[in-house]
Design a protein around this ligand. Structure first.
Ligand SMILES: CC(C)(COP(=O)(O)OP(=O)(O)OC[C@H]1O[C@@H](n2cnc3c(N)ncnc32)[C@H](O)[C@@H]1OP(=O)(O)O)[C@@H](O)C(=O)NCCC(=O)NCCSC(=O)Cc1ccccc1
Length: 149
């Protein structure tokens, strides 16, 4: 998704997330972003597999975290940012194929804490999706001072 397809606030969110070294290492790509909903894709790279072709749990946690916390961040007013304070991942099918798609959403957008979630799908070469994991967690909303700017 090119930045010009997005409203300014979502452009800022996308560029903030993609500036994070971890997001670049994982090869994250924004597929869709709207207020309260962010869809990301992560290629299945051998470096993040616990056996050939099957992603390790930590990489899936990171993808769910980025998608869910970005979705929560997309609802914040200008001058605010957020940070993950807790998260949990449930892996219920092998993450194999060409990439994993995560659809981040907001369960409850609070003033201080937002509860957010992501549904993860293993995507095969033919484009078919297999649900493989869910992520659920909490983001702390912060009025940006220099440390998060
Ligand atoms: C900051 C807080 C969340 C809340 O702590 P509380 O106890 O309630 O607050 P308290 O007031 O005591 O401040 C303590 C210290 O916190 C800092 N600071 C506070 N406010 C601000 C501010 N407004 N602006 C800037 N900095 C601020 C400041 O240093 C302050 O120290 P000081 O007192 O100034 O010397 C803390 O629990 C923490 O840092 N946890 C670790 C979180 C973490 O690393 N998560 C992984 C992040 S990765 C992620 O999220 C991925 C992702 C992101 C986006 C999209 C997609 C993906």
């Amino acid at each position: 998704m090119t930045a010009t397809d997005l409203p300014i606030a979502l452009q800022h969110l996308q560029s903030t997330v993609l500036a994070m070294p971890m997001a670049r290492t994982l090869g994250l790509r924004f597929v869709r972003a709207a207020p309260g909903a962010v869809e990301l894709e992560m290629p299945i790279q051998d470096a993040f597999c616990f056996r050939p072709g099957q992603l390790q749990a930590t990489a899936l946690f990171a993808l769910g975290d980025f998608a869910a916390v970005s979705a929560a961040g997309s609802l914040l007013p200008p001058g605010w940012a957020n940070a993950t304070v807790d998260g949990s991942v449930k892996l219920f099918a092998p993450a194999r194929g060409c990439h994993v798609r995560a659809r981040g959403r907001v369960v409850d957008a609070g003033r201080l804490l937002s509860i957010c979630a992501a549904d993860l799908y293993a995507v095969a070469e033919d484009g078919s999706e297999t649900p493989c994991a869910t992520w659920l967690g909490t983001a702390r909303n912060l009025e940006v001072r220099s440390a998060l700017a």
